[in-house]
Structures are given as C-alpha cells and as structure tokens.
Design a binder for this molecule. Sequence first.
Ligand code: S3P
Length: 425
Amino acid sequence: MIAQANRIVGTIVLPGDKSISHRAAMIAAIAQGTTRIRNYSPSEDCSATLRCLSALGVRIEAGGADVIIHGAGRAALRSPAGPLDCGNSGTTMRLLAGILAGQPFECVLTGDDSLSRRPMQRIVEPLEAMGAAIEANGGRPPLTIRGRSQLAAISYNIPVASAQVKSCVLLAGLFADGIVTVSEPAVTRDHTERMLQWFGGSLTAGQDHISISNESELVGREIHVPGDISAAAFFMAAAACLEGSDIDLPDVGINPTRSAILDVLGEIGADVTIGNRREINCEPVADVRVRGGLRQRDERLVIADDRTTALIDELPVLAVLGTQLSAGIEVRDAAELRVKESDRIAGLVTNLRSMGGDVTEIEDGFRVERSRLRGTRVDSFGDHRMAMALAVAALIADGETEIDRAECVDISFPGFFDVLESVVS
Ligand code: S3P
C-alpha cells in the first residue's frame, strides 16, 4: 500500500545500469582474460544473463555487487546441457542469440510467459541471413539456434528502432567472415558499441551506420557500471511532480542515447543539475540533482519520432507525469510499447483510468489530460516498469494505492520500494 506523499527528499543509491551490465557480462564472456565488473546490476534480468553464460561453460565469480568473469575467447563457449532460460529478459535472449549464432553447436533459448510472447523474428531474419539456422514458434520463443563458427558478413537495415536487434547483429558480427554493417531507423542506445570499444573491438560509426569486424582480439578489462538512469527516472519524475522535492542521484549514467528524460524534466520546469561529469569505460557518468516543481504550460507535451525511441523505457512514468501537466501529454510513434514486458499502452490506459485519469488510447501511443488521481487497486501486469510508474502515481494520488504483483520490480530494481520509502516525506 502506498500513500500520497508531500515530497521526496534524500540521496538515492541506484542499481547498476541493466543494459550496460548485460553487455559487460556477455562481451567479457567471449573476451580473452579476466574482467571485473563493479556495481553489476542486481536485477533478475542480469542474473539470467549470468546463469546462461555459466551454462555455456563460462567461469563466473559473483558475490556482492562485483562479478568476475573469466573469458577464454570467442571460441571457448561450450554446448549447454539443456535449454538456456532467459527468464523475463528480452535483452538476454536477443543479445545472446547473436553470440550463439556464431557457435558450432545447437542451443535452445526459453523464457517466462511474458518473454514467450515477445517478437523474435526481428533477430531471426538477420541471423539467418548470416547463415545461422533458427527455429522459432511463429516468430516467438523458444528459439532453437543452430550456429556456425563462421557467419557471412552482411549489411543490414534494421526495420525497427531496437538496440537489442542492433546489438544482436553487431555481436554476431564478431563471428563473421568480413565487415558487418548495420543501420537503424532511429538512434538507439549505443552501449554495445561503447562496451565493444572498451574491450578493444574494431568498430566504426558513420553518420547513419555502424560497422564491426572481427579483426581485433577482445581483451578482459575493469568495468564500473554506472547507476541506471531508467531506474532513476521514476524518482526524478516523482521529484518533478512533488513541489519541494530535492533528490541527489550520484553516479548515474548519462549516455546521450539514454538521457532525454533529463531534458524533458527540465523543459517542464523541474530544476535538474548535472555535476561531476566524467567518463568511465567509454560511458558518460555524472551526479544528478533534481528539485521539484512543474512549470504550467499552455502547450501539450508531445513525445514523437526519435524522442519516443530515446525515451522508450521512460514512457510509462511520463504518462503518470502527464496527469500533472496543465495541457497533458501525448505520446506517438510508440507501437513498440505494445511488445514490451506487457502491452504498456493498454496497461497504462487501464490503470490510469481506474485511478481517475483522463486517458485516450491510440494505436501507437496515448494522450493523457491533466487529471486528479485517486488511490485504488491497480495491476502491474507483472511488468516492472509498470509497477514503478504506478508507485509514482500512488505518491501523487489522493488516499492509498495498492499495486498487484508489485514484486516484479525485482526484474530491474530489487529494493525499489525500500528506497522509495526512505525518501518519502
Ligand atoms: C534495451 C533496449 C530497449 C529497451 C530495453 C533494454 C537494451 O529494447 O526497451 O529495456 O538493453 O538494449 P528494444 O531494443 O526492444 O527497443
């Protein structure tokens, strides 16, 4: 049960970035030598990645926030004893598929009910073009991948803006007989490119494409994973909505492909300060402070096109925030939200309406008018970002809110509710 709050105040220690953690572990597993990953994400998703890598014969020492991975090179993975369970994690399945396409053995990738409904044809197509044989269940998991140690080099225009698809093809490119080039319809997060560079990979980025070759050896490195800006977004949005809030978020990743949320919050009147900028393992990091208060605007906040891609994981909490804006919010070009851990468009519409929100569902997005929310019982649908967005709604709403299946926050942010309680006042 979460009650209405006046403000949130304090310092928030964030989990390590989930996207960066997955990539660090997978690339370390096929690099030569030892990698220590500090502040590895404690999320269930990132644990699934480690479990899969262990099952592929990678020696991993995990204890506390540090993970040590003993990589033995690209050819050292071993055929697993059984199917690899990716749990709820689309990133685990799609990125690992790229690496498995380049292995001379057969492998089955499975996932939970949510992951089993998610589209995989988007990775099957390029991996088959490179020479892997893949069976999927009508384009969905489970995936049976029959890889080969040398794949064909391709040039691929990715039809959907997805960092997971881009990363899958780039990782498969490490096993190709030439240069693999990808281009994407909108710029997506570039953590794979940065992490490969950190490990010594040969990548070149042009205006509208990225190329990779398997020329250089990947070598184990020290890595520090910055705090997850998509986890921070829930607290930043709550702080923005609750006047008098003041939160410090030390050590947050502010990669420009992820940090659009900071610009949006600034645009609507929150006081966002970014200090102590630095770069760690090719990733920009900073200490962020957000002080609350929204500036009332005559114009609706519209998120569309490339901005939608840049904010893809922040859209659930922005929908909640839209209820506090005088002219509301409209999100378009966000059809991808329908194939996330849940159909986030339908789920947001259902939940916000039941809290008294004035919401219109559109095919590829939603419109939210300014509305007064009231606490009630809502459903996360087992989707971690839905649960955390609803927790922010609960802080704004009159009365108390109960979130069903709220434990799913563990998928990206174990301890989320404790952190929230510690800053509410
Ligand atoms: C992710 C990419 C995005 C994002 C997901 C993590 C990644 O998914 O929504 O939470 O780590 O590459 P898509 O690639 O499907 O857009």
